[in-house]
Design a protein around this ligand. Structure first.
Ligand code: SF4
Length: 314
């Protein structure tokens, strides 16, 4: 959504670079007739939602051409400060932008992203097409004019999974950990009696205390059964070439260890490319020596079928 993102950055001016609590604007995506301004603070996300002024959506602040709200149930002090700063910037910037340009921002904001599907008894549910890595072999569509599913759509898909013949759900992306509501979806799927797999690149689950927020309505732990982690090398210096982002090796290791410590089964997805083919055969031994039992390795393409095209792991 590059065009809209450029306009939003102009609209926000300096507010795009972190007006409150260290947040910076990481991207803009359409969201059911609104625009989600995705702010990031070292992996800690917050989504400010911008509606046209004529929308009947609930809002936190409004200006002449826009209403401003946010995704998720809670906003702490830092997030409220961010919202106030964004609202002030929008009020300042919209006059210069003009009514027509403000309205044009929303014209491509309603196309749906990939929908859920049931495969091999599991509901595959993409929570977002966004990702905080950029793997050269990624097959996730990077269309810029699609929107992520609304929370209501995700909830409906999970609640209807059993009726559609699924006994499990695979929460995927893009990178599903970028959805701040992921703990809610895991808890809901478990309450529906579904086996839950989360496919991730491991960057965010490597944050200290990541699993603490995975709880049901009564506060009891509600964790995925399986964490499927993209993990393509045992050599930290190769991570950037394989994922487009460097310096995340230790995070991924922590993600695996914290999941195991929480009792979650882990499958590492090792996508074989020219950049790591020389370690493909030794990788399972390294995994066993590093993580012990309870961590499996899935190689793509499978060694028995080297002609299979590799798919993006998450
Ligand atoms: S392969 Fe997975 S982790 Fe890599 S860019 Fe694509 S969605 Fe992100």
């Amino acid at each position: 959504m590059k065009g809209a993102e450029e306009v939003i950055r102009c609209l926000l001016g300096r507010a795009a670079d972190g007006p409150g609590g260290g947040f910076v604007l990481a991207g803009v995506r359409p969201s059911g007739g609104a625009l989600d301004l995705v702010f990031d603070r070292a992996g800690d996300g917050f989504v400010v939602r911008l509606f046209p002024a004529a929308s009947d959506a609930g809002f936190y602040r409004r200006s002449r051409h826009f209403k401003l709200g946010y995704a998720g149930a809670e906003a702490d002090e830092d997030r409220i400060a961010l919202l106030d700063a964004v609202a002030a910037a929008v009020s300042r910037g919209e006059a210069a932008l003009g009514a027509e340009a403000c309205a044009a921002l929303f014209r491509s904001a309603a196309l749906p992203g990939p929908g859920p599907r049931v495969r091999d008894g599991a509901l595959e549910l993409s929570l977002t097409t966004r990702c905080n890595e950029s793997c050269p072999f990624c097959t996730t569509p990077r269309r810029t004019d699609v929107r992520d599913p609304e929370p209501e759509e995700i909830e409906r898909a999970i609640r209807s999974a059993r009726g559609a013949g699924a006994g499990a759900v695979v929460l995927t992306g893009g990178e599903p950990t970028l959805d701040p509501l992921l703990p809610r979806w895991v808890a809901l799927a478990r309450a529906e009696g579904l086996r839950v797999t989360v496919q991730t690149n491991g960057v965010l689950p490597g944050v200290e205390g990541w699993w603490d927020r995975f709880r049901d309505a009564d506060g009891a732990p509600a964790l995925p059964d399986v964490l499927h982690v993209s993990f393509h090398t045992a050599r930290p210096g190769r991570v950037r070439e394989l994922t487009g982002v460097g310096g995340t090796f230790d995070r991924k290791v922590r993600a695996v260890r914290s999941a195991r410590a929480a009792g979650i089964d882990v499958i590492l997805c090792f996508v074989v490319t020219a950049a790591n083919a020389d370690e493909a055969s030794e990788f399972p031994s390294w995994v066993a020596a590093t993580f012990g039992s309870g961590v499996a390795v899935e190689r793509r393409p499978d060694a028995r079928d080297a002609t299979t095209r590799s798919a993006g792991p998450s």
